[in-house]
Design a protein. Sequence first.
Length: 390
Amino acid sequence: MKKDEIIRIRVVSVAVLMAALALILIFGAGSGVFSKIIKEMSSADSQMDAVSASMYNLVFYRGMNACYELLFGAAISVTVIAAAGIIIKIKGTDICLRAAVVTDTVIGIFLVLSFILEKNVFLHRIFAKIYLGVFEAPAAGERQLGVHVLIAGILIVVLSILSHLLIKSSGILKMTAYKSDKSQGRFIVLPVIYAMLIIDAVREWAVSASSGLSPLSGQVYEILRDYYFDGRFLLDMPKWIFVLAAVLITTVITALLKKSVGKSFSVLLGVLFAVIAAVRCIVFAFNLPALFGVVSLDEKVCSMTDTAGYAYIVLFVFDVFFLTVLSVLCLINAQKKILIIASGHAVISIALIFILSFAGIAAVYAGCAAADVLASAGLLYVVYTGSGNH
């Protein structure tokens, strides 16, 4: 067999392994490993014993879920993009492959350790200290994680190591078709990291922390998070999903056209995604969940929740537009201006959250939407007037 044929087989094998890793992440472990347990513990029909369903165990699984959601979002995003990038030959695939091997290995180890240490009292006490302010945990309760979590974790680690070896032996990281350059693919993982860390994690933490400054705002935030938007299609999904969709659509269209799409495509796709988000929000607005007599008997709390809900769905639409445009531009027109705009958006968003916290959750969400508008205007400037790599 010729050397070129061997290399081609190894490259295809890397794509197959990336696809296999993505499938194991989705169906073997799943994004709801810990969130399903949390919902079961919080359910009125829960069959768990009192010890297993205690507050100490609940905060343990909440802490594990917070860590897992970050790892899962990063791993599935870069793994899927890497697999698609190999198949359709997109620049920046080399970056995604490196990131995929690292994140997949980390999440595999996390799943294995989660199963092994699920009943570790010391770990339970750490999360009790973080969430409840007390370093204690009377008992860990019964095991809630299934053996499939352990098996999935081991498979992910093994396949990640095998992927690393094949990536090195195939030389794919040095191939021109996959290697990022100054104008294309250089920031391919930036929007994923930004959506996952800044939007889904840091901004959400800031909203939670600022709402805690007022008992009333804190109550409204809890209702929004645990009841109002809980389980609502799209509205309850992490923002990195929209980023992943935008990147995949862009890579496929680029492959079909055999050239990079124009910068205006970022705006067109952003508008399309924003319209889809807006339609979902309109449907939701006409079917608001009942509040009075269900979650509270305080009319003021119910009124504030509805107002904050409307503010959030407006923010949701602007988030989708901003992240979509950011994702496409990072892929087809990498510029330092984009990094500056994203950094500015993060700083302004967090600052406005704490500045407006005294006015309630609705004002906080309105402030975040304003930050989206400013950042989107900056990205539109890059699209229509920016040029070069300055």
